[in-house]
Design a protein around this ligand. Structure first.
Ligand code: MIG
Length: 685
């Protein structure tokens, strides 16, 4: 059951697709103070607080303070409070269990046991918000456990169906900031093919553009781009270009000219387009909060669709600002004060902050405006909606421009609601062990909020990757719907062929082996409003131990995973909430199995091994063979191979499959029942 409450005069964000009556009574469970600026509640000692999507720290968010304030921040350390997304959904699971969605585009602070471990305090910079309280239907004092999945399911119904990418986007992708031209990209593909490592896509970072201008191609680097796209497609490689939020100011550049002629850019106090600087130098930001601008900006993607492109990633859409024209002037003026001065400790830090603080400034975000549904609204009040609406512009355009064929789309900045138009990647992580673990935890939170198509930069974006780190990261990455290796300019090369090629090929091969399962489970999660990645407690609600497990996840309905995220570890402790069958894979052809009892186990996990724990009476459809890309993937229906743990007479699995391209997702027509009997015999009905 979902109840809606309104505080102040909330702005429509279009996060929610179901319109509910607003309740007039008080919000349950929470104490409201300060005219709605503050909501708080007591947390009982054992309560777990899930949610917040893409954030730092644990699956259980207790013990830290988080802020919804979309940030271009490449340092995802534990001390941070905000990353690129604003996902104001919480699930409090204690003596009372309920979900809470705070729909507001402004800044929200979630003190979840930070000031005091037994208190949650939510504060709003502007107390104008819709508050949704979600309870499981069968709730009674005793039967709280088991509500979590039901609550998320209800919430997901409220916010609408998750984005579905084309099937090839479940293949492995290679990316790197710094592939300069078609020669570089051909070489990457060649290396992959030579070393028999499967690959479905190569990403084009900003280097492909002409002077970082959106919807242009550097003609020198890519002399005949459409032909190059065709050439790659013949190799079964899909090219995925990046699009940035800022539009370069340049006379004669049509995106700029059209935007200017129609007044489509965000404006400053003076009514003139607001000028910031990002990659291309000075830019204006398209006012994507405005519907007409969204249509216009979205249509520009056609330029690339027409050249054969089938997927995009939207970047820098917090929006990131290197500096604003106005503030840079001020900085230069203030710098004069420091000339010839002997700096003491205070003036030294002032100077340092003056220069170091020119990017992504709160004051700059408060200095330009949107034309939102006829209202002039200052950017900082709707800051968290920008990336969402840039991606919505693209997503809506694809529905018009490519009505029959799905287009891959994911974004860096996001807000709940964007999950209907695209996925997200988790941004600029580092080649750190702790960031494998972080990405695991983020997947759980993101899935609750509807962001199913997601993944982190495998191998790490910043810093230098190492051979062992890449293998361990792949061992988790083979389960993330978006499986992409990406790295920053200037870092050590970390493509799968760089280090232990054979092992990397085997690991990526396992992804393709599991594709029938991964795709089926993804589609079921999207079409049924459920979660592909789940914390253990969602599946084992009565199990007290499961509530506090942060480093294992359930993936789809049949399996649990327990990746190794520690340097030099040769094994790890794994907790089994019930008896399971362990498949220990070294490659598709090289694996062994063992049934493990419920409880604690220390398991050895060599550097290139993947552990898959199959639940009792469960089935995982797979395919085997030399699979180099999704297109050439054999059909499960032809091979009828499974991983399974069947001790009773037989078990069954609902297997979803479709053509992978069209937008007809008829669940009933595309679902088949797979049965495996005790002897291992597989039948498909
Ligand atoms: O300021 O396009 O997160 O994936 O490689 C860096 C260059 C801009 C940030 C993205 C990253 C991408 C990079 N971009």
């Amino acid at each position: 059951m979902i109840r809606k409450y309104a505080v102040g005069s909330p702005l429509e964000t279009y996060a929610v697709v179901e319109k509910l009556e607003t309740q007039t009574c008080e919000i349950p469970y929470l104490k409201m103070e300060d005219d709605g600026k503050k909501l708080s509640m007591q947390l009982d000692p054992d309560a777990v607080v899930y949610g917040l999507g893409e954030q730092v720290r644990g699956i259980n968010k207790r013990g830290w303070i988080y802020v919804s304030d979309n940030a271009d921040d490449p340092n995802h350390t534990e001390g941070k409070h905000a990353l690129y997304g604003a996902h104001n959904f919480l699930l409090i699971d204690g003596t009372v269990t309920f979900g809470l969605f705070l729909d507001t585009p402004g800044k929200v602070t979630f003190d979840i046991g930070y000031t005091s471990y037994d208190q949650m305090i939510i504060t709003f910079e502007n107390p104008d918000y819709d508050c949704y309280v979600i309870e499981a239907d069968a709730q009674n004092e005793k039967a709280n456990a088991g509500c979590a999945m039901q609550i998320v399911h209800e919430f997901r119904g409220l916010i609408g169906r998750s984005y579905i990418p084309p099937k090839w986007a479940f293949g492995f992708g290679q990316s790197r900031w710094g592939y300069k031209n078609s020669t570089d990209i051909r070489e990457i593909v060649k290396q992959y093919r030579e070393h028999n490592i499967p690959l479905d896509s190569v990403y084009l970072d900003i280097d492909y553009m002409d002077h970082f201008k959106d919807f242009t191609i550097d003609g020198q680097a890519f002399p005949d781009f459409p032909e190059f796209v065709r050439e790659m497609k013949k190799e079964q490689i899909h090219l995925v270009p990046i699009i940035d939020a800022g539009v370069k100011i340049e006379k004669g550049y049509p995106v700029y000219e059209e935007g200017m002629a129609n007044g489509y850019f965000c404006k400053g106090e003076d009514g003139k387009p607001f000028t910031a600087a990002v990659w291309p130098g000075k830019v204006h930001f398209p006012d994507v909060l405005n519907e007409e601008v969204r249509q216009w900006f979205g249509n520009w993607y056609k330029v690339l669709l027409n050249q054969g492109i089938e997927g995009f990633w939207n970047d820098m859409n917090e929006p990131a600002i290197f500096y604003s024209e106005q503030h840079l002037k001020e900085v230069f003026e203030q710098l004069e004060d420091y000339r010839d001065k002997e700096l003491d400790i205070w003036s030294f830090f002032e100077l340092k902050n003056l220069i170091g603080g020119i990017d992504n400034r709160a004051e700059d975000y408060a200095s330009f405006y949107h034309n939102y549904e006829g209202q002039k609204i200052r950017h900082d009040l709707v800051h968290n909606l920008y990336g969402y609406n840039m991606t919505k512009a693209a997503g809506e355009a694809f529905e018009r421009l490519s009505p029959d064929k799905r287009v891959l789309l994911f974004s860096r900045a996001s807000y709940i609601g964007m999950h209907r138009y695209g996925g997200i990647w988790t941004g600029d992580n580092q080649s750190w062990w702790s960031h494998i673990a972080l990405s695991m935890k983020q997947m759980a939170g993101l899935n609750m909020c509807g962001f199913l198509y997601s993944g982190s930069d495998i191998g790490g974006f910043g810093s230098d990757c190492t051979p062992d780190l890449l293998l361990r990261w792949l061992e988790f990455g083979i389960f993330t719907p978006l499986m992409r290796n990406h790295a920053a300019l200037g870092t050590r090369s970390q493509e799968a062929f760089c280090f232990d090629r054979k092992e990397a090929a085997d690991l990526i091969g396992l992804r393709y082996m599991l594709l029938p399962y991964i795709y089926s489970e993804y589609m079921k999660a999207a079409l049924n409003d459920t979660m592909y990645f789940r914390p253990l407690a969602f599946d084992y609600p009565d199990n007290v131990r499961a509530r506090h497990i942060e480093d294992q996840l359930c993936v789809g309905e049949s399996i649990m995973i327990a990746p190794v995220c520690e340097q030099n570890a040769v094994g790890r402790n794994v907790y089994l909430p019930e008896e399971m069958k362990l498949y220990r894979f070294r490659s598709m052809a090289d694996f062994d199995t063992e049934v493990l009892a419920e409880g604690d186990h220390y398991l050895r996990v060599n550097l290139h091994e993947v552990l898959i724990f199959v639940k009792p009476e469960h089935i995982v459809p797979i395919v085997t063979g030399q699979i180099m890309n999704v297109e050439e993937e054999p059909s499960f229906a032809d091979q009828c191979k499974v991983l399974s743990f069947v001790e009773k007479d037989s078990a069954s699995y609902r297997w979803y499959d479709d053509d992978g391209y069209t937008r007809n997702y008829d669940m009933e027509k595309r679902m088949r029942t797979v049965t495996v009997d005790h002897s291992g015999k597989v039948t498909i009905v």
